[in-house]
Design a protein around this ligand. Structure first.
Ligand SMILES: Nc1nc2c(ncn2[C@@H]2O[C@H](COP(=O)(O)OP(=O)(O)O)[C@@H](O)[C@H]2O)c(=O)[nH]1
Ligand SMILES: [Mg+2]
Length: 399
C-alpha cells in the first residue's frame, strides 16, 4: 500500500510518493499508540453493529488500544440501544444537545477523545477501518494530517458513482485547491494528533468538510494520503443535501478569508465595485428611458450605485463589521469614496503634468494610475477605518 504525502501549500507542493509498504506490509504494521475513533452518526442504527464488528476485528488482530465514540444527534432510531447492546466499555455513544450538524459533532467528539491519535470516519462503512494502521503509521513518520483518499494511486470509488456525483466532488476539490494540495480533502476519513487538534484556531464548523476545516485551521504543513476504496453506504440514506452543498460555498469563502485575509477582502471589494458599474449604467438607462435629463440620469446612476456598493460591501466584503451602526458606516463609506476620487484626480494630474512624457496616450496612462491609486486608497480606507475590525477573536463567528 502506498502513502502519498506532500505539503498542503499549493505553491510548495512536494508530491513525493512514500511507499510505506516497502517497510511494512499491513499485517506487520504495529500500532502502539492508543487511538480514538470518532464516528458522527445521524440515523445510522443499522450500520452501528457492522462498523463495530469491523473496528473490533482491527483492534483484536492488531492489538491496538481503541476508544470508539459515536457522536449522535438525537437520531431516536435505536442507535443508543444498538451501542448499549454492544456492551463494551471502549465503545460509547454521546447524544448531543443543540443544533444538529456533522462538523460540530466531530469537533465535540475530538474534544471528548482521550487518546493522542484521533480518527474520524463515517458510520456507513464507506471508509475501511482496515486502513487505520497505515494512517497512524503516516502520522508516526512525521505527517501532521492523514486522509483516507479516493483520488491517489490505488484509491477508488464504487463504480456506480453517477457522473453528477463525480463532477460535484471534483468541483468541490478544485475549489479547495488554493488551500491544500491534497487530492481528496473532501474525505470524511482522516487522522491527526490530538495535540494538533488542540492548536486549532477559530474553528467554525459549517457544513460537511471537516477535514478541510481542520487542515486550514490547525495550520497543517504536510498532509499524507492513504489510498482507500470508498464503498457506497450499506444501509440508510446519505444526509448530504443540496443545502449542505451550498453551505460548502460559504465554508470555502470563510477558509479563503482565514488563509488569504486581505487579498480576499480586496477581491470581494473589486467584485462589488464591478457590480457597481453595472448598477450605475442600468440606473442611468432606466432614468433616461423614463424621460429624465442626462444630468439627472448621471446623478441617479452614481447615487444608486454608491448605495448598492455600500450595502454589498457591508453584507459580504466586510461582513464581520455588520453589527455596527450602518449610518455611521455609510457616512464613512461616502467620505472614503470622495477622498478616493480626490486621490485619483491628484495622482492623474501629477503624473500627466510632471512625471510622464508628453505625447499621445500619456493622459490615459495617468488616468489609469489615478484610478488604481484611488481604488487602493478607497479599499484601505474602508478596510482599516470604516469597516475596521474590533475584536479579532470574534471574527470567525461574524464572517
Ligand atoms: N452527528 C451527526 N452526524 C451526521 C450528521 N449528518 C451526517 N452525519 C453523519 O456523518 C457521516 C457522513 O454522512 P453521510 O450521510 O454518509 O454523507 P455522504 O457520505 O457524503 O453521503 C455519516 O456517518 C452520518 O451519519 C449530523 O447532522 N449529525
Ligand atoms: Mg457516507
Amino acid at each position: 500500500m502506498l502513502v502519498h504525502k506532500y505539503s498542503h501549500r499549493a505553491n510548495t507542493r512536494k508530491h513525493s510518493i512514500m511507499s510505506f509498504h516497502e517497510a511494512a506490509p499491513l499485517a506487520r504494521i504495529s500500532v502502539t499508540v492508543p487511538i480514538s475513533i470518532v464516528v458522527p452518526t445521524y440515523r445510522e442504527c443499522e450500520n452501528i453493529p457492522h462498523i463495530f464488528n469491523r473496528v473490533r476485528a482491527l483492534r483484536d488482530s492488531q492489538n491496538i488500544e481503541i476508544e470508539l465514540i459515536f457522536m449522535d444527534d438525537k437520531s431516536n432510531d435505536g442507535s443508543v440501544e444498538a451501542v448499549a447492546a454492544i456492551g463494551e466499555d471502549w465503545v460509547r455513544i454521546v447524544e448531543r444537545n443543540g443544533e444538529r450538524g456533522l462538523s460540530p459533532a466531530v469537533i465535540d467528539g475530538f474534544q471528548l477523545a482521550q487518546h493522542p491519535v484521533l480518527i474520524c470516519m463515517d458510520c456507513d462503512l464507506s471508509h475501511p477501518p482496515e486502513a487505520i494502521p497505515q494512517m497512524v503509521l503516516a502520522l508516526a513518520s512525521g505527517q501532521e494530517f492523514v486522509l483516507g483518499s479516493r483520488y491517489v494511486k490505488g484509491g477508488s470509488t464504487d463504480d456506480d458513482w453517477g457522473f453528477f456525483r463525480w463532477l460535484n466532488s471534483r468541483i468541490a476539490t478544485l475549489l479547495a485547491a488554493p488551500l491544500t494540495s491534497a487530492r481528496d480533502p473532501m474525505s470524511g476519513f482522516f487522522a491527526l494528533r490530538k495535540e494538533s487538534f488542540d492548536h486549532a484556531r477559530d474553528l467554525s464548523p459549517v457544513g460537511y468538510k471537516i477535514a478541510l476545516e481542520l487542515i486550514v485551521k490547525c495550520d497543517v504543513d504536510n498532509v499524507a494520503e492513504v489510498p482507500i476504496h470508498f464503498q457506497d453506504r450499506m444501509h440508510g440514506e446519505s444526509k448530504l443535501t443540496l443545502k449542505e452543498q451550498l453551505n460548502y460555498l460559504k465554508h470555502i469563502r470563510r477558509l479563503y478569508i482565514h488563509r488569504f485575509a486581505n487579498a480576499m477582502y480586496f477581491l470581494q471589494f473589486m467584485i462589488v465595485g464591478a457590480s457597481g458599474v453595472v448598477v450605475n449604467l442600468l440606473t442611468l438607462s432606466l432614468l433616461l428611458w423614463l424621460g429624465a435629463s442626462d444630468s439627472v440620469g448621471l446623478v441617479g446612476g452614481i447615487a444608486v450605485s454608491v448605495v448598492s456598493n455600500f450595502l454589498l460591501n457591508r453584507r459580504f466584503t466586510f461582513s464581520y463589521a455588520r453589527d455596527r451602526n450602518p449610518w455611521k458606516q455609510f457616512v464613512g463609506f461616502v467620505s472614503a469614496s470622495g477622498l478616493g476620487m480626490a486621490v485619483n484626480y491628484s495622482v492623474a494630474l501629477y503624473l500627466s503634468k510632471y512625471a510622464l512624457p508628453d505625447g499621445q496616450g500619456s493622459i490615459y496612462l495617468a488616468a489609469l494610475a489615478g484610478i488604481g491609486s484611488g481604488m487602493i486608497f478607497n479599499f484601505l480606507g474602508n478596510r482599516f477605518v470604516v469597516f475596521r475590525k474590533r475584536f479579532i477573536k470574534d471574527n470567525a463567528k461574524n464572517i
